[in-house]
Design a protein around this ligand. Sequence first.
Ligand SMILES: [Zn+2]
Length: 517
Amino acid sequence: MSNKGYRGPPRPAGGGNRHGPSILKDYRNIAVILVFGLTILTLLACLQYDPQGPFDARDYTRMVGMRVEQHPWEALLEPLAAPVLILAGAPDLRIACFAVLIWVFLGAAAWGMFAEFRAQMGKKPFAIVLKGIQRALVASLTLTLIIFFFVVARIPGWRLVVDDPDLVVADLHSHTTKSPDGLVSLKTSLEWHASCGYNLVALTEHDQLFAHETQVQADSSFDRLPAFISGLEAHTGQRAIVLGLCQDPHFQLEKMGLDESQDRTAWFSRKIHEGCGGAVIIVTLKRLGTADIARLADDGVDGFEIANSGHPDLPPYIRQEVLDTCRSRGLVLVASTDWHGWTGLARTWTVIRAPGAAALSHSQRANLVLRKLREHKSADVIPVVAGYMGEPSLVRAIFSPVAETLRYTQELSTYRVISWWIWVWAVFVLWVFLRRIGVRPGSILLASLVGVTGLGLIFSGLSLIRQGTGSATSFPLHIGLISVAIGAASVGYSTFRGVGLLMRMRRKGHLEKHGGD
Ligand SMILES: [Zn+2]
């Protein structure tokens, strides 16, 4: 084999026929770098400082008697899940994704140009720039594909485990396909909530109360799933979005007939309180001004969201105003997912102290929690988060890839560190093997990654199409079809690329023409 275009460690004499210890010797420098990296990862994981909660979302003190865990089998696939956990554990997932995409684009461009410069000794500047752009596009498209997959698929993430069986772990804000922008059915939502540690879920569909009552009454399999409270999410003013939680299915809420200039929060609170004995929570969004907080509290609401996984970008001054207002007026604070079916990563839980709750039926538990909210038992209602949420500092936002990777390594458990060691050496051995049979490992590993992600997208897309079948909205169907189309294109590309690489190998005589391949 000629050495043209070969950009790795020196190729062993004899065309790759050497075996045993010489393999490690040939790739010694890379092995040393890997040992160094893994040692740093292990040391960081051993540090006493742990940025992972659970924390009380009000003051970020660590919660006692509960912990945030990953599903045990996830440690087996740790390096594969790492990109998601690195990004999803950031203070604001969207900012982290954006920053990582920019860094990957620039890094791949620089790497591509450097490699081309080295190969050509800088003779063709245009070709060098072109190579940089090509590498940058390939890297950022691959990353976008992977991020899209993780957003569409329900990847198991953090789970809150509490020691006291009388603690109710609630999500007081979530959506299903009964909302026009919801992606999952009621059963899928409750199953996902159960896997994240919740035993009570409020289904706060957009402008619709009691969307699920008849379905649940007719199906006893719901008994093994978390209890649920019916609710609705509604705009009651230009900047006010409220959640009304209600257990009395005979209650009917008339249309608000909202005019843009009016604020109907006081009206809504009165209706929910008097009409069905329910509770009203404000969805705290960054569009709220500080003056709005006191006004909404005057309107008779029972509490505010202090953390919302779907809208993590709460500015510090609004957060402080909400904390101060709720403290001075004794209102409750909750941490909700606002889950619509995107990703499978829960970072927020509302834990409610309710002695005897473990022995209660579903509806009794729901009623008990509603009463705690309505009676403003703020000492018994604790908003819990898996880590810091909110606006990251400018430096943390810009250097997200480094900052969030450091944070991630400090969160690692012993099993997950061991998983890293095993995976890295397995991939290293595979990489050495591919080199020795004359394949460029980078190309084949990238094609495999794209192919596997594509298969995952097809699978997730089909699941979404199934969720959307029979639902009032076509939203899951649309997203499912887009996922399947992108997945199929990725699998097609990966197959085409894989076959191309094999054919090139054949031409170069690295595969035996009549071998059993
Ligand atoms: Zn919502």
